[in-house]
Design a protein around this ligand. Structure first.
Ligand code: MF3
Ligand code: CO
Length: 249
């Protein structure tokens, strides 16, 4: 069952998601060579708490931080560390969640550290645009498969791969609710979207093959072939004629 949120619930999700968006905007400005991923995590956590929210990922299934920082071949769930510092040319994904008044917001962006090679720039552009295409497919009456297909087709046509082992998700009173939202699928398949559903849509794309493996830390997902990957995510509410992006500052 996919929950339909009330206007009051949507208001809390707006607050939670906006706090995430503001924190991500702040983090983007901190991205430069030499910065440690633990520093970014600390900034993210204090920004969330200072706005009256709670980090959503900290302690989730034992995850040890507020922020996921995934660099280059790391796809998602990179654990911040004071031993890991950003380098010129890195592609860094920042994934952050917050809870406000019992409701969740979740978003991710990928940013370049200094100047990055054209192929990596293109990866970031294609991944971000694939999210835009997905959002463009969301509206009351559309099928979930239309959204999934919008990502997959856009990415495949550009010679890149969608990661299949992780998906987007419904979101609200919990970080992960129904439905699961794969970044691949058939148009016209899946559930029918309805106004008031809230979704976290999150394409993960690699320059090489789609397979991932999990590192020994039990969290960090990396591409099996070592190719670079990118990740963008927004929390959105389905409306009659489209969607409202909740995680935009
Ligand atoms: N955006 C990711 C997700 O929705 C982040 C989860 S990280 C975790 O799955 F630590 F909370 F698992
Ligand atoms: Co998510």
């Amino acid at each position: 069952m996919v929950e339909i949120k009330t206007p009051a619930e949507l208001e809390r999700m707006r607050r939670a998601s906006r706090i995430v968006a503001l924190a991500l905007d702040l983090l983007k400005k901190e991205i430069k060579p030499g910065v440690s991923t633990a520093y970014l995590n600390g900034r993210a956590e204090s920004e969330i708490r200072s706005r009256g929210a709670v980090p959503a990922f900290l302690g989730y299934r034992g995850y040890p931080a507020a922020l996921c920082v995934s660099i280059n071949e790391e796809v998602v769930h990179g654990i911040p560390s004071d031993k890991r510092t950003l380098r010129e040319g890195d592609v860094v994904s920042l994934d952050l969640g917050a809870v406000y008044g019992g409701f969740y917001g979740d978003a991710a962006v990928t940013v370049a550290v200094g100047s990055v090679p054209p192929e990596r720039r293109r990866l970031m552009e294609v991944t971000e645009e694939s999210l835009a295409r997905a959002l463009g497919a969301v509206r009351s009456g559309a099928k979930l498969g239309d959204v999934s297909h919008a990502v997959e087709s856009f990415v495949a046509e550009r010679g890149m791969s969608v990661i299949r082992e992780f998906t987007g998700h419904g979101i609200g009173r919990r970080l992960h609710e129904e439905p699961s939202i794969p970044n691949y699928g058939r148009p016209g398949s899946g559930i029918t979207l309805k106004a008031g559903m809230t979704l976290a849509i999150e394409p993960m794309v690699s320059l090489g093959r789609p397979e991932v493996v999990i590192r020994n830390d039990a969290w960090t997902a990396v591409t099996a072939d070592g190719s670079c990957s990118a990740h963008f995510e927004h929390t959105v509410a389905v409306t009659e004629d489209g969607c409202e992006v909740l995680s935009r500052a």
